[in-house]
Design a protein around this ligand. Sequence first.
Ligand code: ATP
Ligand code: MG
Length: 427
Amino acid sequence: VIERAVILSTGDELTSGLTVDTNSNWLADRLFEMGIDLAAVITVGDDAERIRWAFTSGLERADLVVSTGGLGPTADDLTSEVLAATLGRPLVFDEASAEHIRALFRSIGRTMPENNLRQANFPQGAVILENPLGTAPGYRVEVDWKGRRRHVVVMPGVPREMKPMTEGQVLPWLRSLDESGRVFLNHSFQTFGASESALDEMMQGAIGADEGRVSFRAAFPQISVRVTVHGEPADAQAKLALLCERVRGRIGDFVFGEGADTMEGVVNRLLRERGWRLATAESCTGGLVSERLTTVPGSSQVFAAGLVAYTEEAKRSTLGVRAETLERHGAVSAEVAREMAAGARGVTGAEVAVSVTGVAGPDGGSEENPVGTVYVGFAADGLLVSRRYKLWGTRDWIRLLASQIALDWVRRHALGRRPEESLLIRK
Ligand code: ATP
Ligand code: MG
């Protein structure tokens, strides 16, 4: 059984700050889900001496070293060479891998540069991990390190090659090593409206340390809450279900989705279920709400139109906001937000419409409407509401938050709840 791991990321692009090391982060998450303790993440440049130091340090401290990067065909890609030398094993040429690389080049009508065959060299004893998406296969190798059993997994640095390799080949192998038959199960909730510390407070005491683990991850503006349990397959399922019920009981008001759900995905699904189409009337978000909704495949069935009306004139002419309302209350007001939503609905014939008007900053704030003041409006059959929010942060952040709130209003209405009760707790 593997208890402890070290992740090794290699590449000058990482140590020079050119590329963010997302591989480690993603891998750490997968290992955590399996209950493997991560002793360290080591990042080194394309330098033989440092790569050797990193492998040696990893093998000293952990049962498993997971390495990404440095498997390319060029001279600065050193991982396999250095690992073989560190282990005192020769590099062995694998004809099947070489053929895969040749075939890949043939399929795109290019001749293979000879140095690509370097990618078919593996430390002796390696088990090859196929790479359907790229030229460099990965591999794993079992090692006797000073009398202790270790494993090294080596994968390409390209994230879209590394991830399927991990999920399809590395994780199943890791699971097969756990002969106890115990499994790790987890479930994620996607939340919006409460900060991480507010959620943490609400979860206080809900799950005992011996029952499972709760972890938070903020991917603004949404925060995922993940519950992980460990146990016999039959028990673990039931235990997870029980703990998830408890989580819903504590933070259910803020949960908008589960698993890999996104706000726009959930809104799309709900609109489809209701058979409704949505129109948006946006000012300070400049089309962000409609942009987000239309990233979801199939949005043409649920999205009628996105009207971006920036000036007062545009609010009048495209959305039918009354000149008198603009004059009396100003463009950033509850009244205008309502008329924008009603107008978008009227103009497009959509069943529901949401609107956003506000001050995203950094300039343009006033005493009455400081930067961050945002009104969201909503119109549906027999319903016309709006509400003022006081948002914070940079321009980007305010716009993103505003778009998230607008989408949350649509979600709530589709669930038969009052859209304007969408909360935002800052803590
Ligand atoms: P290739 O066959 O593509 O050369 P490789 O194993 O040599 O594979 P690298 O050359 O190290 O991989 O990296 C290829 C690209 O993958 C880098 O330019 C970088 O954009 C990305 N990459 C590498 N390592 C990481 C990492 N740790 N996190 C995120 N991206 C990475
Ligand atoms: Mg590299």
